[in-house]
Design a protein around this ligand. Structure first.
Ligand code: ADP
Length: 321
């Protein structure tokens, strides 16, 4: 059976206990494990497929906390290095009255960005595995080179590459650097997930269908286009499948996109997808894959946080009905 490998950021989100207060005035925070790739690994593990995290943490209490939480979530942590050279990455969230979130990051550089290509071993990857990554880890750093090594290794082994650009502009000196990094890594991906908000930023193309078409470069075989409460479209080179979302009482949308793609990749592991059969697998099973992913994303919005709000597989199946 294949395994999911998530590479990149794993951090602590400090979430304020008060809403509508400027970050500098927040008096109390709660801490939650986060970082998009880690959220995806936790979802896949929770639904019942093997998932491992590839990253680096500081030799600090924050790193200990994250290892503990990932282990609790069922994620393999033996490919997470620890370093004394930098501290674990942190994110400070401020919640506006309308529920929108702003982030400030301690990531300058944090331990995760120091993961080097030498520390990624090609022998980790086998046919049928999936490697998932995001653009926040593509800032110039050893981590960017580590991504190149992992992507090349999983592809050579006969595994799939999944890319969620997951644009976080505060982490970039300028937006153009972020866009360039996304376009540099796009051709190496088999599957790309973009949200409606990201599509125009990445492509610079106004027309939605032309913008999506422009993402089919290099190895790209499928684009997953998520539309919040409205659900998601799955686009293959010459076919589009639409799906509607599930109506739920959303309280916190943190991690919805990660839970969606986590559910999607879990289904691909169940169906033993690989670069040769992926288009056929998606064409034959698109309805059930999208249902599972939409239900996973929707249920995650009904609880606070990302990993802490992930539903069980039983709850996802119950919502699908
Ligand atoms: P991202 O979190 O990456 O910006 P979206 O907001 O599009 O992505 O959410 C990803 C998926 O999560 C959606 O395609 C949908 O399935 C689900 N989802 C997100 N928000 C809601 C919501 N308010 N109600 C129901 N489902 C949601």
């Amino acid at each position: 059976m294949g395994k999911l490998f998530s590479i990149g950021e794993v951090l602590i989100d400090f979430i304020p206990l008060q809403k509508g207060v400027a970050l500098k005035d927040v008096l109390a925070f709660e801490r939650a494990p986060g970082g998009a790739p880690a959220n995806v690994a936790a979802a896949v593990a929770k639904y019942g497929q093997e998932a491992a995290m590839i990253s680096k943490l500081g030799k600090d209490a924050f790193g200990d906390f994250l290892i503990e939480k990932l282990v609790e979530a069922g994620v393999e942590t033996d490919k997470i290095y620890r370093t004394g050279e930098a501290n674990t990455a942190l994110a400070f969230v401020s919640l506006k009255e309308n529920g929108e979130r702003d982030f400030s990051f301690y990531r300058n550089p944090s331990a995760d960005l120091l993961l080097s290509e030498e520390e990624v071993e090609s022998t980790w990857f086998q046919a049928g595995d999936i490697l998932h990554f995001c653009s926040v880890d593509l800032v110039e750093s050893p981590m960017k080179q580590a991504h190149k090594k992992a992507i090349a290794a999983v592809s050579a082994a006969g595994g799939l590459v999944s890319f969620d650009p997951n644009v976080r502009l505060p982490l970039w000196e300028n937006p153009e650097d972020c866009r360039k990094a996304i376009l540099e890594f796009l051709p190496a991906a088999d599957i790309v997930k973009v949200s409606d908000e990201e599509l125009n930023f990445i492509t610079g193309i106004q027309d939605e269908s032309d913008a999506i078409k422009s993402l089919f470069v290099g190895n790209v075989k499928a684009v997953v286009y998520t539309k919040g409460a409205a659900g998601a479209d799955l686009i293959l080179r010459n076919q589009t499948f639409e799906s509607s979302g599930y109506a739920v009482e959303a309280v916190d949308t943190t991690g919805a996109g990660d839970a969606f793609i986590g559910g999607f990749l879990y289904q691909l592991l169940e169906l033993r997808a690989n670069p040769e059969n992926i288009v056929e697998v998606l064409r034959n099973h698109q309805a059930s894959i999208l249902q599972f992913a939409n239900a996973s994303g929707a249920l995650t919005t009904t609880g606070k946080g990302a990993i802490s709000a992930l539903p069980t597989k039983g709850e996802v199946e119950e919502l699908i009905g």
